[in-house]
Design a protein. Structure first.
Length: 482
């Protein structure tokens, strides 16, 4: 049985306007490593969602008018509180999500770093004074918060997604209603509790938990007082949310699914590429939107790369996130395991070969063996599908033009990775790959200072980077007649 020291952070109540709501009904949150119930959380519906929007709307006038440096001070204090409680929060995150504890710690540190970045960017959210053509008029712009924002977040990075959305919106002067994933509400509630403890006023951050997103989601995407919907999750749900928000001409920010190519040319440093491939595919058990989903390896080095990769994958240790040596934890639920198993089974039935893994793990439950598949082809479903599991399919290519065409033949456009020792090729590939983010001889593409987001069906807008608060700000022109 796991536990955390700061027991009050393991809170089952939703947060609406400064109240902790127990709810009349509850749903169970389970440890994916063994199925045990961790806690039962308030299972709220449309009325609670409307109450949360009320609370956010009531808190908005005071919060949006508060001095920018005061909001930044509170966001920085929130970051400090997160770091102080990092070990407990990381344990909670591993407990309900399954990832190795060291990855949970990293996620919290990254989340806190993002909050600090938003607090800093908030001090730089300037407008402009503008040159004019009309002698009798002077023009300037100011930036103002969008208003009430709803944030809908997934389970795979359930702390980072919450902090990145809510932190940026709140720093900009917006108030927020957050709906975390039904699989990972506990970490969202814990970080909301810390926000309250550092003095972020009631109603600025509200959290509505529910076991079925439909009714709550409907309110959060259509309520007239909601000005913006910020969503991270699957492309399918993102499209539906965009459709709902369109009815109210709401702003939308969408961080959706990926199908990243990971391209290795024959002139690449093979060991470097194989090392990087491990993180790019097996971090968080492969449940990562920017994860390498399709490995493209040039013909002449195909055999060598497959054996370098397989040797590394064979050493990965499968286990509960709390076991100190674990590299790869469980998947989030049975549906996720079944999807991965069916993609691999189908590929094998069409001629793919598993060099390592290729099946559910012997320890049972939600564990799937870290897998390398060779002799895969673009005709197989896993070529077009975000696998979201610990499976690395390795495709062949012969020329630069061919691999560019292959890499881009997907609706997704989130991230892409390329390994080569030719500088000119790195430039060409970086320009030609259709993705919001390119890792050129690196997979380290995430930092608060770097814009994060996709093109094509992978999303709209950017999180992080210079000017990132603009997502949550409107530009107003003011024209002064002299
Ligand atoms: P998901 O099924 O789309 O769910 C995401 C969130 O939307 C959850 O809170 C979910 O609630 C909620 N939701 C589901 N149906 C809804 C509806 N009709 N109205 C309103 N909300 C609704 O995605 P997921 O399985 O949690 O996350 C995995 C996906 O997220 C992958 O595709 C991954 O690539 C993507 N992702 C993208 C990024 C990025 O930055 N681009 C980052 C992380 C993840 P319930 O959980 O309660 O169903």
């Amino acid at each position: 049985m796991q536990t955390i020291e700061r027991r009050h952070l393991l809170s089952p109540g939703a947060r609406i306007g400064g109240e902790w709501i127990a709810g009349e009904t509850r749903f169970a949150v389970r440890d994916p490593s063994n199925g045990a119930v961790i806690a039962e959380v308030a299972d709220l519906g449309a009325d609670a969602a409307r109450n949360a929007v009320d609370a956010a709307a009531r808190a908005l006038p005071t919060w949006r008018r508060s001095p920018a440096n005061e909001r930044s001070r509170l966001i920085e204090a929130w970051a400090g509180a997160l770091l102080e409680a990092r070990e407990d929060l990381a344990r909670l995150l591993t407990w309900e999500q399954g990832k190795p504890l060291r990855q949970a710690r990293d996620e919290l540190s990254q989340g806190a770093a993002s909050l600090r970045w938003f607090a800093e960017e908030n001090r730089r959210a300037q407008g402009h004074t503008l040159p004019v053509n009309n002698a009798g008029v002077r023009n300037l712009t100011i930036k103002q918060p969008v208003g009430v924002v709803t944030a809908i977040t997934p389970w795979n990075f359930p702390a980072a997604a919450v902090l990145v959305k809510c932190g940026a919106a709140m720093a900009a002067g917006c108030t927020v209603v957050l709906k975390p994933s039904e699989f990972t509400p506990l970490i969202a509630l814990a970080v909301a509790r810390l926000a309250a403890e550092v003095g972020i006023p009631a109603g600025v951050l509200n959290v509505v938990t529910c076991s079925s997103a439909g009714a709550v989601g409907e309110v959060l995407t259509t309520e007239p007082r909601v000005q913006m919907v910020s969503f991270t999750g699957s492309t399918q749900v993102g499209k539906a949310i965009m459709g709902k928000a369109a009815g109210g001409v709401k702003k939308v920010a969408l961080e959706l699914g990926g199908n990243a190519p990971f391209i290795v040319f024959e002139d690449a440093d093979l060991a470097q590429a194989a090392d990087a491939a491990i993180g790019a595919r097996f971090y968080n058990s492969g449940q990562i939107c920017i994860g390498a989903n399709r490995f493209f390896v040039q013909d002449s080095i195909y055999e060598r790369f497959v054996s370098e990769l397989a040797a590394r994958v064979a050493r990965l240790r499968l286990g509960s996130g709390f076991e100190p040596d674990t590299d790869v934890g469980p998947l989030i639920n049975e549906q996720a395991v079944a999807k991965v198993a069916s993609l691999v089974d189908e590929a094998r039935s069409q001629g793919a070969r598993a060099v390592v893994g290729g099946q559910r793990a012997a320890r049972g439950g939600l564990f799937y063996e870290p897998t390398v598949l060779r002799d895969v082809t673009p005709a197989m479903a896993l070529y077009r599908t975000e696998i979201f599991g610990p499976v690395a399919p390795v495709y062949r290519f012969s020329s630069e033009d061919e691999v560019i065409a292959r890499a881009n033949e997907t609706d997704a456009g989130l991230s892409a990775y390329v390994y080569t020792s030719q500088v000119g090729r790195l430039w060409r590939m970086s320009e030609e790959l259709e993705a919001g983010m390119v890792g050129a001889n690196t997979t380290s593409i995430c930092a608060p200072e770097v814009p994060f987001g996709g093109i094509k069906h992978s999303g709209l807008g950017r999180e992080g980077g210079p000017g990132c608060l603009d997502e949550y700000l409107e530009v107003k022109s003011i024209c002064f007649g002299l």
